[in-house]
Design a protein around this ligand. Structure first.
Ligand SMILES: NC(=O)c1ccc[n+]([C@@H]2O[C@H](COP(=O)([O-])OP(=O)(O)OC[C@H]3O[C@@H](n4cnc5c(N)ncnc54)[C@H](OP(=O)(O)O)[C@@H]3O)[C@@H](O)[C@H]2O)c1
Length: 242
């Protein structure tokens, strides 16, 4: 039986575990960032591996046959580590990355820092910041007011001067997002190009209200990586391993 490491923390990873379990011996891995994560079926380990070396040693010690990296499209560090460790071990490796959103009329920026610069240049004054707790510090020196939505509490020492924090986890719905944008008189939405349905309602709500969207582009995948965009394609790849 194939023994698979499934790097997770996403709905797609949980769906893939559900599809493969119990025909494939899966260990799902979570970073341990959130206190009560949604857990996939099957075996789960939680916490970092200790860099590329740690991951390579773990893969060897657990006699893993293949790795599917179904982490979030912006989890670039673990994706680079998995690509390198698997390359060194000549281990079959696949990235499952959900399709990106079509940016449409959004202003595409390359980073949170560039989003903060754009807010200053365009003189936005009330921005809805949804790029996650680790990106908030890029906005620390901004004069604008921010509605900051994160899953777990951001580092309060690195927040912009004027803000309101909402702690919550998706999925989010169109009517609620519309209400939130109106209630806080939002004049710009800042988002990663995460893709997927669970968090896309904010884009539709912003478009309906003609609120400009600043969309942070995805990090590039490491070169030469095999990648698919659906759970079914990933399941087929695992099945073909034999
Ligand atoms: N970035 C996002 O916007 C986002 C959104 C939703 C969910 N997530 C999920 O949250 C997790 C962390 O994301 P991130 O952006 O902080 O990651 P990251 O910056 O790419 O990774 C930082 C470090 O966290 C550890 N790590 C990350 N994902 C791991 C996993 N699935 N299993 C074990 N260790 C993991 C690794 O530590 P070591 O070097 O010690 O191995 C890695 O070097 C990921 O699993 C991702 O799927 C991220």
């Amino acid at each position: 039986m194939t023994k698979l490491l499934l790097l997770g923390g996403t709905a797609e990873a949980r769906a893939l575990a559900q599809t493969l379990h119990p025909q494939v011996d899966i260990i799902s891995s979570l970073a341990g960032r959130v206190p009560d994560p949604a857990l996939p079926v099957g075996a789960v380990r939680i916490g970092g591996f200790g860099g590329i070396d740690g991951l390579r040693k773990w893969l060897q010690s657990q006699h893993i046959d293949a790795v599917v990296d179904a982490t979030h499209p912006f989890a670039a560090t673990i994706t680079a580590h998995a690509a390198q460790a698997c390359g060194e071990l000549q281990m079959p490796h696949l990235v499952l990355a959900r399709p990106p959103w079509d940016p449409g009329q959004a202003v595409v920026v390359s980073s949170d820092t560039q989003a903060a610069e754009t807010i200053a240049q365009q003189r936005f004054s009330r921005a809805f910041l949804t790029t996650g707790r680790s990106g908030v510090s890029a906005f620390a020196d901004s004069d604008a007011w921010f509605l900051i939505r994160t899953v777990t509490a951001p580092d309060y020492a690195s927040l912009p001067r004027r803000h309101h924090v909402i702690l919550s986890r998706g999925p989010y719905h169109y009517d609620d997002e519309l209400q939130l944008l109106k209630e806080h008189r939002i004049d710009a939405l800042v988002t990663k190009n995460s893709g997927g349905e669970m968090t896309r309602a904010k884009l539709d709500a912003a478009a309906a209200l003609h609120v400009p969207i600043l969309m942070v582009a995805r990090p590039q995948l490491p070169p030469g990586i095999r990648a698919v965009s659906t759970v079914k394609e990933a399941a087929d790849w695992v099945a073909a391993l034999g």
